[in-house]
Design a protein around this ligand. Structure first.
Ligand SMILES: *Cc1c(COP(=O)(O)O)cnc(C)c1O
Length: 232
């Protein structure tokens, strides 16, 4: 068994344990392997171990990787989880399955216009700046409802709003880690009460996936716990 295989199995065990503690079905949480800075060999090893969903932060690095792994394209699902500049939306609309880092209507509009007609709708999450950090991307909780309504109204054949994503500030213990994850879940619940039908809560990373699962994460984004420390 490769080292990536055994590390991934350990992450899966952590997820199952957290789901049991939360009284949730383990099938309800998708594991996204964050492969930023990792080479194509690492992605191939993870795929061979059963991993299908991958997350990337840097658009150009991701485009190169997706092209180099074209032979596996039909079996992989690529998620953009890092910042997206307007001049890169076309390439992203053509290459990715999901964009989790939408925080402006303009970006979502461009992705909708540029999504090729032969592909299924691009799946979108809105990134929320849940810890209120000035340096972080993401829409503020106050601006979220208007953005969510506007993105949800874009053409359904092109984009589909699935939910929310956040990168909370690191916190030391489980109780403190749960607070921002709970806030994100409550924002999603409020949007659904106002008429949306969002099913995705993308939260939880290597250090806090238990807290995220306890608060209802449906998709956890795990890098170092699967691939080991990043070189950069
Ligand atoms: C790097 C990254 C992750 C994974 O972080 P790890 O601590 O390596 O698990 C998850 N989400 C985003 C947005 C990231 O940039």
């Amino acid at each position: 068994m490769s080292s990536i295989d055994s590390k991934r199995q350990e992450v899966k065990r952590r997820l199952v344990t957290a789901c049991i503690a939360a009284g949730r079905d383990a099938q309800a949480v998708t594991l996204l392997a964050v492969s930023k800075t990792q080479g194509t060999d690492a992605v191939r090893a993870a795929h061979a171990a059963g991993q299908t969903a991958f997350g990337e932060n840097y658009v150009q690095e991701a485009l190169d990787k997706i092209a180099a792994l074209a032979d596996l394209r039909a079996q992989l699902q690529w998620h953009l989880i890092g910042p997206l500049q307007s001049n890169k939306t076309r390439a992203v609309a053509e290459a990715f399955d999901w964009v989790q880092s939408v925080d402006r209507l303009k970006t979502a509009q461009r992705l909708a216009e540029q999504r090729p007609a032969h592909l299924p709708p691009l799946q979108l999450c809105l990134q929320v700046n849940i810890s209120g950090e000035a340096s972080k991307s993401g829409v503020t909780p106050a601006e979220l409802p208007a953005l969510a309504q506007a993105v949800a109204a874009l053409p359904a054949a092109c984009v589909r709003l699935r939910g929310l994503m956040a990168i909370p500030e690191p916190a030391a213990d489980l109780a403190a880690q749960r607070v921002p994850h709970r806030q994100l879940r409550e924002l999603l619940e409020a949007l659904n009460r106002s008429g949306l039908a969002l099913d995705t809560l993308s939260m939880g990373m290597s250090a806090d996936l238990e807290a995220a699962v306890l608060e209802g994460a449906t998709l956890v984004r795990v890098g170092t716990a699967i691939f080991g420390a990043r070189a950069s």
